[in-house]
Design a protein around this ligand. Structure first.
Ligand SMILES: Nc1ncnc2c1ncn2[C@@H]1O[C@H](COP(=O)(O)OP(=O)(O)O)[C@@H](O)[C@H]1O
Ligand SMILES: [Mg+2]
Length: 440
């Protein structure tokens, strides 16, 4: 990755309760020019303190220690210092511990006794893999969305949020639902506003790719245990992006989606909603039991179309469905209609329909037009940094940021305030069930 450029020095913190072990590792690392030991800790608590002070790139973490164990310390450090990659050192590779450690945010592990070559290779590997996170922190640290303190703010004993649910959907594949969901979620973050992005594209979710996030845990870790959901478990499963955005990922394999029921997803959303101010939900293209449930739970539905005839036709069918719900809150009242991949009149052609014609045909105002810009979108995805963070002042980052602000205003001025998702669901249930044949 960085071949050709001079290597930076990797700052390492060593954590082990046995002084000899710490010293041996320190000696091994002393020979490596690109590795610098910035601190050594004998307890978990000391490790957390030293990590926030010295901001190491890599933390070598023992598991069993007095006062605070390595897993608890890993979790605390991963939250407080996002650029620190924790590597667990354990006596044998105990799968149970390792799983817990990975859930707590560890990036890799080493088995004791540690061979020097493996130690060096692991440190360099996790450091390189963390490059996108360092970049994100650097970029977001300054201004833009950069409310990194949100991510670093210690979690209060009981987190309480306003719980506004925004669902982004399109009946047209590839219309830009994930692009829009990730961007509005990132743009809604403020120092005092907590935002959670949920990837409900259970089979082919790709929010992880859009935000350059890796995690061992995902929504199926919560849907499996819906009766035991608590904040600690939820915090363990969520992933934090450099912007401070929390993400609940989709399963990494499509088969995993078969075991997830709509009811379980509803319960998970019910459990996370009160903890966040905004919950933005990315959806798959199918219109089915799950998407219908998400529409019911939503306070706003961002309906995305692209300016092509097939997309406009699909959107019309969707609008008809939304209109047919009689009972309040009507689904059609929640819709915020967005056109993505719009082009200027000059570039138009090849089956592209003008925005005005679409609005007239659908009898629906376009709340926001987001211009087509393949390069900007691709670069943003490659870097894992949303457009609203880096390119807020020019298209299409500007329109995405404007869309987020529009949603914020609509939600803030809506009276009465957000209803609990549960109540909303109860209210609209009968009308929808009559329409779709009472399954689910
Ligand atoms: N405004 C845009 N300009 C250019 N490319 C875009 C734009 N919006 C989305 N894309 C690209 O289109 C593709 C589909 O977008 P995506 O957000 O994954 O759609 P969906 O989630 O609806 O399938 C992606 O490659 C994305 O980078
Ligand atoms: Mg998508």
């Amino acid at each position: 990755m960085s071949s050709g450029t001079p290597r930076e020095v990797i700052k390492v913190l060593i954590v082990d309760d046995i002084p000899d072990t710490r010293e041996n590792i320190r000696k091994l690392l002393a020979f490596e020019a690109d590795i610098q030991v910035v601190g050594m800790a004998g307890t978990g608590r000391e490790a957390v303190r030293l990590a926030t002070e010295t901001r190491p790139d890599v933390v070598l973490m023992d598991i069993n220690m007095p006062d605070m164990d390595g897993i608890t310390a890993t979790k605390a450090i991963s939250t407080a210092v996002r650029t620190a990659a924790v590597v667990i050192m354990s006596v044998q590779s105990e799968p149970g511990y390792l799983r817990q450690a990975m859930l707590a945010g560890a990036r890799d592990y080493l088995t004791k006794p540690i061979a020097s070559e493996e130690l060096y290779a692991t440190i360099r590997r996790v450091y390189e893999r963390n490059e996108p996170i360092r970049q994100q922190e650097a970029m977001l640290g300054a201004a833009a969305v950069g409310h990194v303190e949100t991510a670093q703010r210690p979690v209060a004993a009981k987190q309480v949020g306003a719980g506004h649910v925004i669902v982004v959907y399109s009946p047209q594949g590839g219309a830009g639902v994930t692009t829009i969901a990730t961007n509005i979620a990132a743009a809604l973050i403020r120092p005092e506003t907590r935002v959670l992005l949920i990837d409900c594209n259970l089979q082919f979710g790709d929010v992880d790719a859009f935000l350059n996030l890796q995690s061992q845990s995902n929504i199926s870790d919560l849907t499996k245990v819906v009766s035991d959901l608590d904040q600690e478990l939820i915090d363990n499963v969520l992933v934090t992006h450099g912007s401070g955005l929390k993400v609940l990922m989709a399963p990494s394999h499509p088969e995993a989606a078969y075991d997830i029921t709509t009811e379980a997803v509803r319960q998970v959303i019910g459990a996370v909603t009160p903890l966040y101010d905004y919950i933005v939900i990315d959806t798959p293209v199918q219109y089915d039991d799950l998407t219908l449930k998400l529409f019911e739970l939503a306070e706003k539905i961002v309906l995305v179309a692209v300016p092509t005839i097939p997309s406009v036709r699909n959107t019309r069918k969707m609008l008809e469905i939304f209109d047919n719900v009689e009972k309040p809150p009507k689904l059609s009242d929640k819709i915020v209609f967005v056109l993505n991949r719009t082009v200027s009149e000059k570039e138009r052609g090849r089956g592209t329909v003008p925005a005005e014609s679409i609005a007239a045909h659908l009898k629906k105002d376009v709340a926001m037009s987001i211009p087509l810009d393949e390069r900007a979108v691709l670069t943003s995805v490659n870097q894992g940094v949303p457009l609203v963070a880096k390119q807020k002042s020019r298209s299409p980052g500007r329109e995405l940021a404007d869309l987020a602000e529009l949603l914020r205003k609509m939600i803030e001025t809506d009276e009465p305030p957000a209803q609990p998702a549960e109540q909303q669901m109860q209210r609209s249930k009968s009308g929808l069930r009559a329409l779709f044949g009472g399954t689910g």
